[in-house]
Design a protein around this ligand. Structure first.
Ligand SMILES: NC(=O)c1ccc[n+]([C@@H]2O[C@H](COP(=O)([O-])OP(=O)(O)OC[C@H]3O[C@@H](n4cnc5c(N)ncnc54)[C@H](OP(=O)(O)O)[C@@H]3O)[C@@H](O)[C@H]2O)c1
Length: 313
């Protein structure tokens, strides 16, 4: 964040609920909005980590633990925003978990949980937020989707199902709110982003996941989210390769099918042999949360000394 960003506080602060605020894009968004004067409610599953993040922000922030996958705490989080700041101007959701492995390999409970966060979690937020927005005369729901909502990739079926389902839901919400004055639903679509999500993901594929290049920083997505809050847009793409990858999937399905498997094995699942584990899918792993995951723009992982190495050790 630049000094110019930090010193440009908004004259009229917004009350914003940021879901997924303890890590990656959600954390970068919370930091950015707080630095610009917005009043926040921070939401994720782990309360202690939420408290740490709240204490690190320059502006007011209330914490509201909630689980988008089960719905526990979701209504309370929006009520906390209205109670603390008098209204809910916007809800931004970046919450998602991820699982590597073929559809056959990923256990049913893990696949269901990944889909629950993306699909049912987004629906739960919409159900709570939209009536409040109408009652107040306006408000914005900003959903962070993924390039993987528009292409499919072997070994990432759980995540693709969550993001395709979330995309369908967001498109329906956009149509359903079309004539509702002041109510906007926006979708922000990142390609690969340098966040801990790859270390946090469940894996049943024999290797951990890696960020495929080109990788952008989480603040690039946070900036797009903030721009959406200032000027609502239907969809915002963040990622230099999004357009070309989507075009390959859509218009060249034969070559895409031949290339995608080897590319995933070489680029996205290139780490050392790893035993199966559920990552942060079934429970939060706050110790591994941070704004960045350590990925360079070309998809190498920095070691503890900041040097980039191509392969995970
Ligand atoms: N990183 C990428 O390369 C990339 C690319 C494209 C799209 N995206 C999308 O960007 C968004 C943010 O991803 P990220 O990379 O920033 O991930 P991240 O660093 O792993 O952060 C995920 C956040 O979501 C929260 N969360 C997870 N499950 C939750 C649940 N059930 N209920 C409430 N909160 C939950 C996590 O906190 P707790 O675990 O404590 O709950 C954490 O705060 C996601 O929608 C993802 O699909 C990411």
């Amino acid at each position: 964040m630049t000094r110019r960003d930090r010193t440009h506080a908004r004259p009229h602060p917004r009350a914003v609920v940021v879901v997924g605020a303890t890590s990656g894009i959600g954390l970068a968004t919370a930091r950015r909005l707080s630095a610009h004067g917005d009043q926040l409610v921070l939401v994720a599953r782990d309360e202690q980590r939420l408290q740490e993040v709240a204490a690190s922000l320059p502006g007011p922030a209330v914490v509201a633990p909630a689980d988008l996958g089960t719905g526990e705490g979701v209504a309370e989080a929006l009520a906390a925003c209205a109670a603390a700041y008098g209204r809910v101007d916007a809800v931004v959701t970046t919450a998602q978990t991820m699982a590597y492995g073929s559809v056959e390999q990923v256990p049913e409970e893990v696949l269901a949980s990944v889909v629950d966060v993306g699909v049912h979690g987004t629906a739960r937020l919409a159900r709570e937020a939209l009536p409040r927005f109408r009652e107040q005369g306006g408000g914005q729901l900003v959903v962070v989707g993924s390039l993987l909502a528009e292409i499919s990739v072997p070994g990432m079926g759980a995540y693709c199902a969550a993001k395709w389902g979330q995309l369908a839901l967001v498109r329906a919400l956009q149509l359903e709110t079309r004539r509702q004055r002041g109510v906007h639903v926006s979708l922000v679509v990142p390609g690969a982003v340098d966040t801990p999500i790859y270390h946090q993901a469940a894996t049943y594929a024999g290797s951990p996941g890696s960020a495929p290049p080109p990788v952008v920083g989480p603040d690039a997505v946070a900036r797009a989210i903030e721009r959406c809050l200032q000027r609502p847009r239907r969809t915002v793409q963040v990622g230099p390769a999004n357009r070309v990858v989507r075009a390959g999937f859509r218009y060249l399905p034969g070559p895409y099918a031949v290339l995608v498997g080897p590319l995933v094995r070489r680029i996205a699942l290139r780490g050392p042999t790893t035993p199966d584990h559920a990552g942060n899918v079934l429970a939060a792993r706050p110790e591994a949360e941070a704004e960045r995951g350590g990925w360079t723009p070309w998809g190498a992982l920095r070691d503890g000394h900041g040097r980039a190495r191509w392969r995970r050790r």
